[in-house]
Design a protein around this ligand. Structure first.
Ligand code: 6PG
Length: 243
């Protein structure tokens, strides 16, 4: 069973998340000399990224960014300076504020006209690296990265990144597949607010149906996955581990 930590609110979510991410990065650097960090998009991690970059916070100096390689779980099919770009959000809130060598920022090229080519190139960029720390959010429909209900990509056993057409958004997304995500040495899923409560319950407690609830895929990585969620997102769980 995945570990679930329930915190009070969004502020605690960011500080608890920052502490866990910092610890996992430190561990990876201590064991292997570098850390492969995979960031998520969406709105939830914004405060976490700002917290990680905050000069007044301890993790600002604890993380040796010169030893960190940054990837993304997924990207929207937009250029990097577009307001919807996951890279753009992480760059503004975190990466532009820490000393990380630019060649260690491995973004998905969402500006490429053909999303499938962007996915192929991104997979090549990932090479044979294993993700040390994967950060994920969860959608209200229980999607993770850009693995949406109806197409869980779990049968894609040979590719680690794929382009996915998302009918309800009428847009392409480029996403890591379960093959890459489930191999991560550590994964932290963050969720906040009452609108996420049903998705969190589906991911953790409902009978398995990964086509309907892609977040259930994470059950396959079990003890390597931890959930950090606020009280509102946890309200549909029967017996959360309170902190
Ligand atoms: C994206 C994502 C996606 C996100 C969830 C949660 O590009 O949108 O990476 O999987 O994490 O949709 O999004 P929010 O944090 O905005 O609720």
């Amino acid at each position: 069973m995945a570990r679930v930590t329930v915190v009070e609110d969004e502020v605690q979510l960011a500080s608890t998340g920052a502490l866990r991410i910092t610890t996992l990065i430190e561990l990876a650097i201590a064991e292997r000399g570098s850390a492969v960090l995979c960031l998520s998009g969406g709105r939830t991690p914004e405060r976490l990224y700002e917290t990680l970059a905050d000069q007044r916070e301890p993790w600002r100096t604890r993380i040796d960014w010169s030893a960190v390689h940054v990837f993304w779980s997924d990207e929207r099919h937009v250029p990097p300076d577009h307001p919807d770009s996951n890279y753009g959000m992480a760059y503004r809130t975190l990466l532009s504020r820490v000393s990380i060598p630019p060649e260690q920022i491995h973004r998905i090229e969402g500006e490429r006209p053909d999303a499938r080519e962007a996915a192929r190139d991104y997979e090549a960029e990932l090479r044979d690296r294993t993700i040390d720390v994967a950060l994920l959010g969860i959608g209200e429909d229980a999607h993770i990265a850009s693995i949406f209900p109806g197409r869980p990509l779990a049968d894609e056993r040979s590719v680690r990144a794929a382009a996915a057409w998302v009918p309800h958004l009428q847009a392409w997304r480029i996403t890591l597949t379960p093959l890459a995500l489930l191999a991560a040495r550590g994964t932290m899923v963050m969720a906040s607010g009452p609108k996420k409560a049903d998705a969190v319950r589906a991911a953790l407690a409902l009978p398995e149906d990964v086509t309907r609830y892609p977040a259930q895929l994470l059950r396959r990585a079990e003890d390597r996955v931890e959930w950090v969620i606020d009280r509102a997102a946890a309200r549909s769980l029967d017996a959360p581990t309170a902190q």
